[in-house]
Design a protein around this ligand. Structure first.
Ligand code: 0RQ
Length: 492
């Protein structure tokens, strides 16, 4: 029932957005990101720029988005400010060139920051949905993200009604908007699949200024099959989980898993799927990508709580074809619930995230190359790493053919400190850091995780450092980074 609302072309909808407005859109990874209005908005921006007029918006999303949004808008110079996360080459180039202000933040914090008023008033929300009723019930598509908060807080709402998305996805949503901050109510979630909310967002229908009809799949890129390096890392992670089970530190029924995006995560799930001594398990995560999704049919993955479905068209077709099977096994939640610190701790989540670099004491940099150039952002990694029962970080031991060691004396930027990192894994091995003092941590990380070509350097660094609770040499702790900047090679 959408007959009450004006049907607009994407171009007409883009005309409703003005220079310097704060625009909030759906999208948590490319899942559920709007696709038509941003392309029209980028075209409009280019035209206005050619005519010598200013046109840039401030852009809020749930997390990263698809190419129609971040790439096209960045290419058109149509964004002046961006939060809370992105993974677009064009967007990141403009951010690192100082042309776009970027606020890198914990994804769980975003909805409450909107309610706190940290970003000002949201002028327009542009949200992808599978259905909107005449009385203002909005059924979201493949991600929930921060859309419920955006829909509630925006002055005007534009809906992209995507016919390519199965209507059954809307029923997977479990939308609860906790009481406004600062004093938030307690949330009870004792099981990853427990439902505590509604399948739609109720808004004032008068705010809906237009519906744009679309028919386009999510712009999720192909995932490369796990390579040897990812498989090696995954092997160490799976062996570790098996040993934790045997030791009774993970209960026999196992614990819910969270994992970030990418190859290693897919390889780990493949490894778990193939390990009969690891029991069938649940996920409590923020993304559901193809690796774990494929384990659902076989029954290895019993169910997943996520914020979005980062899946390919063939997987979406499987969901559409067997909606009853999947709706009992997938719950899509707002990011302030999927990434909620209290719930992550309550459920005893095991988290698996990727580092760009880690230091010998266990601090992790997930975001800034040589402390300066942002890659994507912290995303949800901090929400999970800080609060999970077991926080595992993975990364290759070297990058750029060995010119970079990902294990360094001191991280050039810290997203996750030593207190949030239990286990570090590279293709060289695994360092279980629990219960270790700094000296022992450093020894274990260097021996187990660093690439052999950098081990002597790192041992020598400690030997030459000023002794203390943590041995450091503040004059030389960034020598590797400095050499990389000067020569393009850390061992230069
Ligand atoms: O460079 O692209 O030129 O080849 O960085 O490195 O190894 O392919 O890593 O794609 O898995 O991303 C941490 C960025 C890892 C990601 C990060 C170079 C390397 C390569 C990429 P090229 P890889 P991945 C869930 C949770 C934070 C958000 C998060 C991330 C490129 O996992 O954004 O966890 N995490 N979210 O060569 C310089 C180093 C380097 C380096 C690698 N030390 N110095 N360059 N590279 N290490 C998702 C959400 O939150 C929605």
């Amino acid at each position: 029932m959408t007959s009450n609302y004006p049907i607009l072309s994407a171009e007409e909808a883009a005309e409703l957005i003005e220079n310097n407005q704060l625009v909030a859109t759906s999208g948590f990874t490319p899942a559920g990101a709007v696709k038509a209005v941003p392309v029209a908005l980028a075209k409009r921006a280019k035209k206005l720029h050619e005519a010598g007029e200013k046109f840039q918006i401030r852009l809020l999303t749930g997390a990263s988005t698809g190419t129609s949004l971040d790439d096209q808008m960045a290419d058109a110079d149509a964004v002046s400010w961006r939060a809370p996360y992105q993974s677009s080459r064009s967007m990141r180039q403009k951010i690192n060139a100082g042309k776009i202000d970027f606020v890198d933040m914990h994804l769980s914090h975003l909805p409450q920051s909107v309610l706190f008023g940290h970003f000002g008033v949201i002028d327009v929300a542009v949200i992808e949905a599978t259905e909107v009723t005449a009385d203002g019930k909005v059924f979201l598509s493949t991600s929930v993200g921060a859309s419920p908060t955006f829909l509630k807080q925006a002055g005007k709402v534009i809906i992209e009604l995507n016919r390519a998305q199965s209507r059954s996805i809307g029923d997977m949503a479990d939308i609860v908007l906790p009481a406004p901050p600062p004093k938030r109510c307690a949330l009870t979630l004792d099981h990853p699949l427990q439902r505590i909310g509604k399948s739609y967002v109720q808004i004032d229908p008068k705010k809906i200024v237009g519906i744009v009809e679309t028919n386009q799949a999510d712009e999720v890129g192909q995932f490369a099959p796990p390579d040897e390096l990812s498989q090696n890392i995954a092997g160490f992670v799976v062996e570790f989980l098996r040993n934790e089970l045997k030791a009774g530190r993970i209960p026999a029924e196992f614990l819910p898993l969270q994992s970030g995006v990418g190859n290693v995560a897919n390889a780990v799930f493949e490894g778990i799927g193939a390990s009969p001594d690891i029991p069938d398990f649940y996920m409590y995560s923020e993304v559901l990508q193809p690796g774990p999704f494929s384990l659902m049919r076989s029954g290895r993955l019993l169910g997943a709580s996520s914020c979005g479905l980062t899946l390919l068209p063939e997987h979406m077709q499987q969901i559409a074809d067997d909606a009853d099977f999947y709706k009992d096994r997938i719950v899509l939640r707002p990011q302030e619930i999927s990434n909620n610190p209290a719930i992550i701790r309550q459920l005893g989540v095991i988290s698996l995230n990727t580092a760009l670099e880690a230091d010998i004491y266990g601090h992790v940099n997930s975001t800034h190359v040589v402390g300066q150039s942002v890659m994507n952002g912290i995303g949800g990694s901090g929400d999970f790493a800080r609060n999970s029962y077991l926080s595992i970080f993975v990364c290759p031991s070297i990058a750029k053919g060995g010119k970079i060691s990902t294990l360094v004396p001191m991280c050039s930027h810290v997203d996750h400190n030593e207190h949030s990192v239990n286990v570090l894994v590279t293709e060289q091995g695994l360092a279980d850091l629990r219960g270790l003092a700094p000296g022992a941590r450093a020894k274990r990380i260097i021996e187990n995780c660093a690439h052999p070509m950098y081990r002597d350097y790192l041992h020598q660094y400690i030997a030459n450092s000023k002794p203390g609770h943590i041995n450091h040499d503040l004059k030389h702790c960034f020598d590797l980074h400095q050499r990389l900047i000067e020569t393009g090679d850390m061992l230069g």
